[in-house]
Design a protein around this ligand. Structure first.
Ligand code: IFM
Length: 440
């Protein structure tokens, strides 16, 4: 890897912070959903998470020991602006400002994600992503952030996994099944407009580099034949009607200034969002780097007629506890296809796995499958870089075991084990493994 390549760890506010009402924070959709046992596995609560809001010093010490060059974390909008569009909450801003200072003092570069799924609940009640007014609230939120910390943070990422924000009850107004194709396209469009507004605001600070972090299962050609490689590429960027998962629908407008041609073919005219004059220009202001969160890949072969077929992993395939197939080549083909298409400096902003951790009486946590996973995936990412991808960084998901959204606290992704009763942190074997691997 090149010298300037950055090794980091990633987290997200709602997954680690806890402190749901502390220092003036208002509610997000997750605070509300977790009150209703129906949503989150085993009725786990968002309330405490890792209590990182109060234990950040400990987490910082862990990062120092790990030797990472960067920490990717997200801001909780409802902590900074009451109910998303109300008064500024100075205490919330001060919290993040100090966190940034502490990171900089420790020589750890902050990579800030502006939005990682935690929509302020009051905005959800006003229509969430279906209501175009969300762009005004988001713009103001970003202005407030930039005023407070824009001068000292060099890397901002607008959205994390926009596909998940919209696809899984995470921010619209009604359960996903009831969204029409037009609703879905409208939510995507409004989110992309928010991204555009954010880029415009961030760009005022000359020091800031701006990125965007969508996701999708990468595509892996079943064989190295030209046809299978082309089929995998085609499948990766394909578009379906009312699509809430595709790579190209969420990235082409930002980088190329328009939705893919196929988007206009598969959606009926009445499904299309209201694209006003100037929208696509706003959405497509230049960004500085492109990111992707990749955990697994789908195997693809040519259908023999210029199309593609997704094929099941072979029967010896290994799965993580999320039932995601261990497919290290996804970190070769994903970056390769994405870089070929978007040609921007590239980061893996999330990669990691949930596996069974074995805790021994002497308080050691053994997780050799995670070490193996990290090793194999990074090997493939390095191969992609050697083959020409302009890879700039890798962020392991995650520093800590944390709230895995609808899965509650059962699925652990951390390099550090968290006891959710006492909040004690215990570095796992993978912590020391990653530390060694990234050592200069
Ligand atoms: O925990 C999530 C994260 O919030 C977004 N990307 C995938 C991770 C694992 O599911």
């Amino acid at each position: 890897m090149k010298n300037e390549f950055i090794w980091g760890v990633a987290t997200a506010a709602t997954q680690i912070e806890g402190a749901p009402n502390q220092d003036g924070k208002t509610e997000t959709i997750w605070d509300v959903m977790s009150k209703d046992g129906a949503f989150i596995s085993d009725s786990h609560q968002v309330d405490t998470a890792d209590d990182s809001y109060n234990k950040f010093n400990e987490d910082l010490e862990l990062m120092k020991e790990l030797g990472v060059g960067a920490y990717r974390f997200s801001l909780n909008w409802a902590r900074i602006i009451k109910d998303g569009d109300g008064e500024i909450n100075q205490k919330g801003l001060d919290y993040y400002s100090k966190l940034v200072d502490d990171l900089l003092d420790a020589n750890i570069e902050p990579y800030i994600t502006l939005f990682h799924w935690d929509l302020p609940y009051e905005l959800y009640k006003k229509g969430g992503w279906l209501n175009r007014d969300i762009t005004k609230a988001f713009k103001r939120y970003v202005e407030v952030v930039v005023d407070a910390i824009g001068h000292k943070v060099n890397h901002f990422i607008t959205f994390n996994e926009p596909q998940c924000i919209l696809g899984a009850r995470l921010g619209g107004t009604i359960p996903e099944a009831k969204y029409s194709a037009r609703d879905r396209n409208t939510m995507v469009h409004n989110l992309l407009l928010c991204h555009g507004e954010a880029v415009k605001v961030l760009r005022k600070c000359k020091n800031i580099k701006i990125g965007y972090a969508p996701c999708n299962d990468a595509r892996i050609p079943l064989t190295s034949s030209k046809e299978d490689i082309e089929a995998a590429r085609q499948s990766y960027f394909d578009v379906r009607r009312g699509d809430l998962s595709g790579v190209s629908v969420f990235s082409d407008p930002i980088i190329f200034g328009n939705y893919p041609k196929k988007y206009y073919e598969v959606n009926r005219i009445e499904d299309l969002p209201d694209i006003k004059e100037g929208d696509l220009e706003l959405i497509s202001q230049p960004i500085d780097f492109y990111c992707q969160n990749i955990y697994q890949g789908l195997y693809v072969k040519s259908d023999g007629n210029g199309g593609y077929k997704i094929v099941k992993p072979n029967k010896n395939a290994v799965y993580t506890l999320m039932n995601w197939v261990v497919s290290p080549e996804s970190l070769y083909w994903g970056p390769k296809f994405l870089y070929e298409r978007y040609k921007l400096p590239f980061y893996i902003t999330e990669n990691g796995c949930s596996v069974t951790d074995i805790i021994t009486e002497d308080k050691k946590v053994h997780d050799s499958p995670r070490c193996e996973y990290i090793k194999q995936y990074i090997y493939q990412f390095k191969k992609a870089i050697d083959d020409g991808v302009d890879g700039r960084g890798y962020f392991c998901w995650s520093l800590l075991d944390n709230l895995e959204w609808f899965e509650g606290y059962k699925k652990r992704f951390g390099l550090v084990y968290v006891d959710f009763e006492t909040y004690e942190r215990i570095p796992k074997d993978s912590f020391y493994f990653y530390k060694n691997l990234i050592k200069k």
